[in-house]
Design a protein around this ligand. Structure first.
Ligand SMILES: [Zn+2]
Length: 314
C-alpha cells in the first residue's frame, strides 16, 4: 500500500541557545541548490534559524530507515526547477528533519516558500505507521489529526532579491535588503506545519485560529488570512509583528513571538516556554500579500494549502 501527502508553504526569527538533549534537529541538504545561492554566510544563517527550533521543540521522532522491503520516498518541490520530484530510498535519522534548501530566480516578488515534504511508502504495516507518526502518539494524518511529525521538507528562496545574511544572528545592526534569517524562520515554521498541517486546519474555523495556546497568547481567537495559512496581516504579539503573518519589511527582522510558538504547541509539538525575541523591529503597514505562486505548485502537488511570503517592496 502506498500513502502520499504533500503540503507546502512559504516565510520569519529567534535567539540561539544550547539545544537540550531531547531536541529535534533540522538537517539542511544543499544538494538541490543548483544556483549556489547558499554561500557559507547564508548557510550559517539558515543553520542558526534551524538551531532556534532545536532549542524550542523537544519532541522525540523515530528514525525512518529505508531498507529491503521497507522503502520510503520523499516528495518535494525542486528549488531549481520548481517541479515536484521524488527522493527514493530516503532515510531520516531519529529526532531529525531533513530540509532541502535552494533558490530560484523566477519567484517574482515572493521572498520564498517552504513546506513539509510529502511521501510515498511501502513495506510492513509497522513501517507505514512509523512513516506517518514517527512514534508520536495520536493520529498524524487525515481526520482530526492532533499531531504532526513530518520527515522534513524544503525551502526555496528568491535568488533575484537583495538578501541580508549576517551569520551572527544575535546582533540587530541596521541593514538594507531582505533578512534571510527572518524568512528562514518563517519558512521553517511552515516546514513544522504552521499554516499547512492537518493539525493546523482542524483548529481553523470562520477565519480564525482557535488553538488554546494561541488564543491564550492573543487574548482570543486569532484572525487569519483568507486562505487560513497565516496570521492576518499585522497581527502582533509581545510588541512585535508575528513571524507567521504573510509579510516582511525590507530592512527589518522578525523573530518567533509567543503567539507563533503557541501555535506550534497547538498543532502538536512539544515546545519549551516561549523565548524572548532578540530584536524589536519597526514595522509599517503593508499591502495584502498575493499567494498565486504557491497555489500553483500546490495544485500540482495535491497539497492542501500553501502561501508565499511577500516583501513589502522589492
Ligand atoms: Zn508563509
Amino acid at each position: 500500500m502506498a500513502i502520499s501527502r504533500f503540503a507546502g508553504v512559504c516565510a520569519l526569527l529567534g535567539m540561539v541557545l544550547p539545544a537540550p538533549a531531547s531536541a529535534i534537529s533540522l538537517q539542511f541538504d544543499y544538494s538541490l541548490d543548483s544556483s549556489d545561492f547558499f554561500t557559507a554566510p547564508r548557510r550559517a544563517v539558515l543553520e542558526a534559524a534551524g538551531s532556534y527550533f532545536s532549542t524550542l521543540v523537544t519532541d522525540t521522532l523515530s528514525a525512518i530507515t529505508s531498507d529491503g522491503v521497507n522503502q520510503f520516498t520523499g516528495r518535494i518541490v525542486d528549488p531549481g526547477t520548481l517541479a515536484e520530484i521524488s527522493l527514493p530510498g530516503l532515510s531520516v535519522p531519529a529526532d531529525t528533519l531533513i530540509v532541502y534548501a535552494g533558490a530560484n530566480a523566477a519567484l517574482g516578488s515572493t521572498l520564498g516558500f517552504g513546506g513539509f515534504g510529502g511521501f510515498q511508502v511501502s513495506g510492513t504495516q509497522a513501517f507505514l505507521d512509523n512513516a506517518r507518526s514517527r512514534g508520536e502518539t495520536g493520529p498524524t494524518s487525515g481526520g482530526l489529526a492532533t499531531e504532526f511529525a513530518p520527515w522534513g521538507g524544503m525551502l526555496v528562496f528568491n535568488s533575484s532579491l537583495n538578501w541580508y545574511a549576517d551569520p551572527d544572528v544575535s546582533t540587530s545592526d541596521a541593514f538594507s535588503g531582505h533578512d534571510l534569517y527572518s524568512v528562514a524562520l518563517h519558512e521553517l515554521g511552515h516546514v513544522l506545519g504552521l499554516g499547512v498541517a492537518a493539525s493546523w486546519f482542524r483548529l481553523v474555523s470562520g477565519g480564525v485560529f482557535t488553538g488554546s495556546a494561541a488564543m491564550a497568547a492573543h487574548g482570543g481567537a486569532v484572525p487569519l488570512t483568507a486562505a487560513g495559512d497565516h496570521w492576518a496581516e499585522g497581527i502582533s504579539s509581545g510588541g512585535q509583528e508575528a513571524a507567521m503573518d504573510p509579510t516582511l519589511l525590507v530592512g527589518s527582522r522578525k523573530t518567533f513571538t509567543a503567539l507563533d510558538v503557541a501555535a506550534l504547541d497547538d498543532i502538536g509539538w512539544d515546545v519549551q516556554p516561549p523565548l524572548t525575541p532578540v530584536t524589536a523591529p519597526v514595522q509599517v503597514p503593508l499591502p495584502p500579500p498575493a499567494i498565486a505562486l504557491l497555489a500553483a505548485f500546490l495544485a500540482v502537488a495535491g497539497a492542501r494549502r500553501a502561501a508565499a511570503l511577500r516583501p513589502a517592496r522589492s
